[in-house]
Design a protein around this ligand. Sequence first.
Ligand code: ATP
Ligand code: CA
Ligand code: CA
Length: 415
Amino acid sequence: VKKPGQKIAKGHKNYDLMLNLQLGIRHSVGKHASISSDLKASDFDPKEKFWTRFPTEGSKSTPPHQSMEFRWKDYCPAVFRHLRKLFQVDSADYMISICGNDALRELSSPGKSGSFFYLTENDRFIIKTVKKAEAKVLIKMLPSYYKHVYQHENSLVTKFFGIHCVKPVGGVKTRFIVMGNLFCSEYRIHKRFDLKGSSHGRTSSKHDGQIDETTTLKDLDLNFVFRLQTSWYQELMKQINRDCEFLEAERIMDYSLLVGIHFRDDNTGDTIGLSPFILRIGENDSYQNVKSMRSYRFLEAELQGRDQILPGRKPPIRLGANMPARAERVTRRSDVDHYTAGGFSHTTPQCCSETYTVVLYFGIIDILQDYDISKKLEHAYKSLHVDPASISAVDPKLYSKRFKDFVGRTFVEDR
Ligand code: ATP
Ligand code: CA
Ligand code: CA
């Protein structure tokens, strides 16, 4: 299996940044290994940030290291400790995943924004550098974000595990977030789509020859609808509505539904590591059953002192992770045919009755862009040239409506 990205070895231009980040996270996680108290309102205070100095020679609270002296900032650490617990991320696992030797790979900047992405070797976590404005958005939304993910365990919005800042002496600040990798899976992800529900410019920039499993395809490249069992379909629509309501209230736009597809009929035979198991929800398995089965498995895993599912066992099914579905290939006669104003038109795409049994992974990513002045300008400028409804940059209300409509057309009930 081809591993995406490039290992950050000595000599890599971001090697020092990686070392600093690892030292910082080890420090932050180690400092408060156990959760002693309940969250207080003051833990969410944006001023709740802590600077630590990491001199090269070490200090009372920091180890000696090989890079230049730097400063490290932790934002709202108590909140993120609680979030990690809520998301069942064990502190030791977290630290080892990120801070181990050879732990990080740099992904060749997948987005247009200029952010850097780092993936842990075990595929569980992604670190993304963010702009100051994005960091601000996250800290500001933290109370409602916490409430939202606390209330909805099936929420599809990005799981955040931490936000930090590194500043080498005499250098510039780098802010970054740690989040869950949606595609952390024992199955191989054969295709990935970053979907916004808008059409303008929404095609992969890669030329045919370069497209492979690690290429992120976009709206105009999508040639499937996904058929879900009724109970899952209904749960998905409910959750998308709740998630969009949350994002709209926070004035967020420009987010995407990131979808990864594993084709079960793949006969290359390399599901990663674990013995193949079949995920099938029978007619009688209501969502409730599946849910309690899930809780049971976590309980079981917890009793064994770990949050991972042992080899040979069925992994838990979660909305958006390990979801069994049928992917039906659809064709468009031309782009304008089915991708008109605002994205897709309402005509049913033509099906060629080619269906595949798949396992889906998906979630809502890139949720830290608010509708600020630059996005308003982008909207105004692009509106001069193309249909305003087809542009990604639109008001959060319109954005979420278009997004929901799009999801409702891309996922359908499998009767
Ligand atoms: P832009 O603003 O131009 O869209 P960006 O730099 O903000 O780009 P994102 O949209 O956050 O970047 O992510 C870019 C790509 O990185 C996604 O299309 C996806 O392929 C990958 N990616 C981002 N977050 C995750 C995640 N949580 N799990 C898996 N892959 C991710
Ligand atoms: Ca994006
Ligand atoms: Ca972005």
